[in-house]
Write a protein that binds this ligand. Structure first.
Ligand code: PLP
Length: 411
């Protein structure tokens, strides 16, 4: 048993009398179950948190595990570093690989999604004139990594324009395909667009990419541990994610998956000359970092698995639909997230006609104590709403009423 993981945190929800046989759909609407989940978190009392999208605060048991590991790490110092550290890190790798449906030899622990994506985008072999297809709705730090590669190596950025409300997977595939040229070598695809919550059909885009012999790089920052999938389902070559979002792991944890046959050619961002080129650990040469995060991560995975991704996905989509369905019918409100359940998860985005998103956000906080955030992106101006695991139906309903009163009022 790991001395850094308090045994008192072993109990899971099924041990609290809530059973485990309900379908994800039924479980999603069982407020008794979600009240028990909420109790597992410290929830702010002075506002309603509907911005779980930056990061999802950890469950109390995860914080306790991380803090205990931090305390032990400071107590034991380099005795821990020279002793148990590697075994703990390897155990975290194995746990994480299980969640991803990957082989542990294809997974590294990064500090966040930005780092994971940069390792791939700056490390894949590309020559001047080679193209990378990406979309106009990718995350800024991912776009910057491609821009940097363009500046240093003459790589060509090929930008696909994506619709907000696609009617089919094919429509999205065609957008990516339209940006491909004979010089394209790779496609970057964001699984869940952070600005709107739109879920992109990664598998269908990957199939098109395979036909054209292109590598597929997935930004799964918002899909990993929120949507039920494995890396095999997506058929991708690389996948980067944060773990401090939907896995509920400590801040400063991320994942990079590299398919086994792509490892040898990926040049490490942080130099490593000692490990064999085929060893995934060559990409993980970050120097010292907080080991407590990895022990917190293991506890987060236990907590995550006690709920299950399918149940999380069903609950978060249910909460999203509860507010989007009602506000969609309101004349002054425009939804920027697709209504199709296959194309959204937790996140939703809306605009109030005639009112700046920043004004909506400020008024929701000042007048209703509801915290959401404004999206100010070249192609999307909106208010983003992201419930989390502690979010109750009552909080969503309070939010709907607040927006109705605001949209019914003058600017
Ligand atoms: C789509 C997407 N990619 C990447 C990131 C970067 O994540 P991190 O903060 O873990 O680097 C985010 C963060 O919100 C994101 O939404």
């Amino acid at each position: 048993m790991n001395p850094f993981l308090p045994g008192s945190l072993e109990s899971d929800l099924s041990g609290r009398g809530h059973g485990s046989r309900a379908t994800p759909g039924a479980r999603a609407e069982d407020e008794g179950y979600w009240r028990a989940v909420r109790e597992a978190y410290a929830v702010p009392e002075d506002f309603i948190q509907l911005e779980y999208g930056w990061y999802h605060p950890v469950a109390k048991r995860v914080l306790a595990a991380e803090m205990e590991a931090m305390r032990q790490g400071q107590l034991r110092g380099s005795h821990y570093k020279r002793g148990e550290m590697n075994a703990d890190r390897e155990a975290a790798r194995i746990d994480l690989a299980r969640v991803a449906g990957a082989d542990p030899e294809e997974v590294i622990l990064t500090r966040n999604a930005t780092e994971a994506m940069a390792i791939v985008l700056l490390g894949i072999p590309l020559s001047s004139g080679d193209g990378i297809v990406h979309s106009d709705q990718d995350y800024p730090s991912v776009v910057e990594a491609i821009e940097q590669r363009a500046r240093t190596d003459g790589v060509v950025m090929q930008t696909a324009r994506l619709p907000l409300h696609p009617q089919s997977d094919d429509e999205v595939v065609r957008c990516f395909e339209a940006a491909v040229t004979p010089k394209t070598r790779a496609i970057v695809i964001t699984h869940v667009i952070n600005h709107t919550g739109q879920v992109l059909p990664v598998r269908a885009v990957a199939e098109m990419a395979r036909r054209r012999h292109l590598q597929v790089i997935v930004d799964a920052a918002h899909s990993f541990a929120q949507l039920a999938f494995t890396v095999q389902d997506l058929d991708c070559d690389y996948l980067g994610s944060s773990l401090h979002k939907w896995l509920g792991a400590p801040l400063g944890t991320g994942l990079l998956y590299v398919r086994r046959d792509r490892i040898a050619s990926l040049v490490p961002l942080f130099p490593d000359t000692r490990r064999p080129a085929t060893d995934i650990r060559k990409l993980e040469h970050f120097g010292n970092r907080p080991d407590s995060a990895h022990l917190g991560l293991r506890e987060a995975i236990r907590w995550h698995e006690s709920i299950g991704t399918a149940v999380k996905q069903a609950r978060l989509s249910f909460l999203q639909r509860r507010w989007t369905t009602r506000l969609r019918a309101f004349p002054r409100i425009e939804l920027l997230t697709p209504a199709d359940p296959a194309r959204h998860g937790a996140i939703g985005a809306f605009a109030v006609r005639g009112m700046e998103p920043e004004t909506v956000v400020r008024r929701l906080l000042d007048e209703h104590r509801i915290f959401v955030n404004a999206v100010n992106h070249p192609v999307i101006r909106a208010v983003r709403v992201t419930p989390g695991l502690p979010t109750s139906v009552a909080e969503i309903d309070a939010f709907v009423e607040a927006v109705r009163s605001l949209a019914g009022s003058e600017t």
